[in-house]
Design a protein around this ligand. Structure first.
Ligand SMILES: [Zn+2]
Length: 388
């Protein structure tokens, strides 16, 4: 850890799996003779994250011993905390096609993007994985469903990346951990809070971010832009909301935005830990965990994603969770508040359900300014009108 570094990466060293240009050219030619495997958007997100070190210390898709250890112990076999398997799935036909090959090429959108040194193929333990990661085996759960659809076999092996996925949306915001770390250092930030989101930022989230910003040097707004379930607001619309919010309400020298390439798993508490570890790799010293972080439906208890942090030894995660309640505008407090700070009742608080907000926006109505910044509401109304 250098003098200006905010926090060491998970495991101490930032992984970089990207090949230099000459090596990549050679690998591309060699890959012509390897069995090719198409990978879908979820595993592509994992691959991109691994390539740039966001999943340090991982250098490849998990072998069975690590897979089991993560599911049973919430740790890798090397002793580091880890809560969600990172695996390369395929169906039986795919596994047979690879046969005994020692190397395979990964293909996305017709381009060869990586080479895997195969270290075994094993069977996915659907029941155990669903129960451990998602706390349920219910196929209605979007994460469980995605896991089942992905396939019954898992290919383990170290990865070398020829080129990153070609979907380069949000280009200037797509910063690797080494780049966010360099930016923090340039800005002289010693403490940085990361904020994960897959939703538009309304005033409640702005308030939480700013409460955190009162005690640290900088804020990294880090929206997830990998695959989400169909009814979440699309990433490009959310990015327009964040940009307009940043331009109008955030101090430029204390807040920055970058995108997080991960796909959502909706694994609640397990994903909260995984999100925190990844943000530590990006250089964040603190991480905001709200109510029902990474939750979906009613699969998790409201505070499960906060409580799970207590299951790790002090200092073992490195990054500090900042646990927040839901917040709201209170008419009597005349400001943003939460149940931790406001003694008044529901009748004094401006709060709207997600369903109600969607209804209003769809009807072209702005939610009250105490709930949403008008600039943000305008972007959302326009986007919804565009959908017809
Ligand atoms: Zn109040």
């Amino acid at each position: 850890m250098t003098e200006h570094e905010t926090i060491a990466p998970h495991g101490g060293k930032l992984v970089d799996l990207r090949m230099a240009p000459a090596e990549a050219d050679r690998a591309r030619e060699e890959a012509e003779h390897l069995p090719k495997v198409d990978i879908g958007p979820r595993e592509l997100s994992d691959l991109e994250m691994m390539a740039v070190g966001a999943l340090s210390p991982l250098t490849g898709f998990m072998a069975e011993r690590d897979y089991r250890s993560v599911l049973d112990e919430m740790h890798l076999t090397n002793g580091l905390a880890w809560t969600i398997p990172v695996t390369l799935s395929m169906d039986e036909a795919g596994a047979k096609r690879i046969g005994g090959a020692s190397r395979i090429a990964l293909v996305a959108d017709g381009r060869t993007i990586a080479v895997v040194e195969v270290d075994g193929i094993y069977q996915r333990d659907h029941e155990r994985e669903a129960q451990s990661v998602f706390g349920t085996t219910d196929l209605e759960h979007p994460g469980v469903k995605a896991m089942h659809d992905a396939g019954d076999y898992l290919v383990a092996g170290e990865v070398r990346v020829i080129e990153l996925p070609s979907h380069r949306a949000f280009g200037e915001y797509r910063m690797a951990p080494a780049e966010t770390r360099a930016t923090f250092s340039e800005r002289g930030w010693r403490t940085v809070v990361g904020f994960q989101t897959r939703n538009p930022v309304h005033r409640a989230h702005e308030y939480i971010q700013k409460c955190a910003l009162e005690i640290v040097d900088g804020l990294l707004l880090h929206p997830l832009v990998g695959e989400t379930k169909g009814d979440d607001v699309p990433a490009d619309v959310r990015m327009r909301c964040y940009q307009i919010l940043f331009a109008n309400y955030y101090p430029k020298d204390r807040a920055m935005m970058s995108v997080f390439p991960a796909a959502m798993r909706y694994a609640g508490p397990k994903e909260a830990i995984w999100h925190a570890i990844a943000r530590k790799n990006y250089g964040c010293t603190h991480f905001i965990v709200g109510r029902d972080h990474a939750g979906v439906g009613s699969y998790y208890g409201t505070y499960d994603a906060q409580k799970i942090f207590e299951q790790f030894e002090p200092g073992e995660l490195g990054i500090t969770p900042l646990k927040f309640e839901h917040s709201f505008w209170c008419n009597r407090c005349e400001g943003m508040a939460s149940p931790k700070t406001c003694p008044h009742g529901e009748e004094d608080r401006v709060s709207l359900s997600g369903t109600k907000v969607r209804e209003m926006l769809r009807a072209g109505q702005k939610p009250p300014p105490e709930f949403s910044r008008p600039e943000v509401a305008e972007v959302l109304i326009e986007a919804m009108a565009g959908q017809g």
